[in-house]
Ligand binder design. Structure first.
Ligand code: ATP
Length: 312
């Protein structure tokens, strides 16, 4: 699971959490640990995003120098396009996202946003341009309004509700006992996985960044929730440059480019049709073809399971 937290308004939120005695020490330690890994260069400049064109250029990285995590990764995400990362566990997908958010610096190669090397820009300006939707969203022990507002703390309330509507969660919130003022989190109303995800999407829509990093949830959702999530994701990623660790067939099939990441390398790349057609025409079934077959089988099993739940 990707460990990414948005440090946007970090100190404000930190202060607020201390103030309200809601400090979750483990999460705070994670935040600090992530914060310390890279430092701005003395002459760091502000990142200026004109388009949101992302380039990985021969990127290599190792957490431990004895064992490279990424080897010579190159790809481009044109403005507004979606690149999906798929592949076996431990292959390096999360690492690619972490490097673009600059939790770590590359060992060699460069990552460019609109031509600017991200290692030479101010981290604050980089992170302002990137929205992160992790698999597991941390909710603050506060109102649902605050939890979405956190995406852009100075946004008018009306915009918060618009973002919630775009994320397909507004109507649900209106059914909560105190509507937008309902307390959520550990000590309040416990939201389902699908609801928490839509809160994260609403936050990101409110933040309105040109670039999005998304780690799709792996958990199986019922058909209605799945449809809501798909619509919310479509609203969020529309017109925004997106790098996604993809688990959902719909995302994978619609991606502009799929990169199959294995042992820190891009082992196959192309659109879904290209990868499947290549496998069929050459008879080389490959990593993607096998994953696709397995996913189809799993989805069928799930569908059957869901149906039998409904009928029983
Ligand atoms: P998954 O699908 O299971 O999330 P992934 O493709 O995202 O996997 P990464 O999390 O990027 O894979 O991990 C790539 C490699 O780097 C793995 O061998 C992993 O053990 C290692 N790794 C990941 N995070 C760290 C870390 N913080 N310190 C040391 N090694 C790490």
């Amino acid at each position: 699971i990707m460990q990414l937290y948005t440090p946007l308004n970090f100190f404000g939120t930190y202060y607020r959490m201390i103030q309200q005695n809601f400090v979750d020490m483990e999460k705070m330690l994670d935040l600090f640990e992530q914060e310390q890994t890279v430092q701005d260069m003395p002459n760091a400049t502000e990142l200026t995003v004109t388009q949101g064109h992302v380039v990985f250029e021969n990127v290599s990285f190792a957490y431990d120098e004895r064992q490279p995590a990424l080897r010579n990764i190159s790809f481009t995400i044109p403005q507004g396009a979606t690149v999906a990362l798929v592949g076996p566990s431990g292959g390096g997908k999360s690492t690619i996202l972490r490097l673009l958010f600059r939790f770590y610096d590359t060992q060699s190669g460069r990552i460019l946003i609109d031509g600017q090397d991200i290692s030479s820009v101010k981290q604050v300006s980089l992170r302002k341009a990137i929205g992160v939707v992790p698999q597991d969203t941390v909710l603050f022990n506060d109102t649902i309004l605050y939890n979405i507002h956190y995406g852009r703390i100075d946004a008018p309330e009306d915009d918060v509700m618009k973002a919630a509507a775009a994320a397909q969660i507004h109507d649900r919130i209106l059914t909560f006992p105190d509507g937008y003022d309902t307390k959520v989190g550990e000590r309040g109303l416990r939201l389902s996985g699908g609801e928490k995800q839509r809160v994260a999407i609403a936050r990101t829509i409110l933040k309105n960044p040109p670039i999005i990093l998304l780690d799709e949830a792996t958990s199986a959702l019922d058909t209605t929730t799945e449809r809501h999530i798909q619509r919310a994701l479509a609203e969020m990623t529309h017109g925004r440059t997106t790098l996604v660790i993809a688990h959902r067939l719909s995302t994978i099939v619609n991606a502009d480019l799929i990169l199959v990441i294995k042992d820190g390398q891009v082992v196959e790349s192309g659109t879904h049709d290209e990868l499947i057609n290549h496998a069929i025409s050459t008879g080389e079934e490959g990593v993607y073809y096998e994953m696709w077959q397995k996913q189809l089988k799993d989805e069928n099993t799930e569908a059957t399971a869901n149906n039998s739940e409904v009928s029983s």
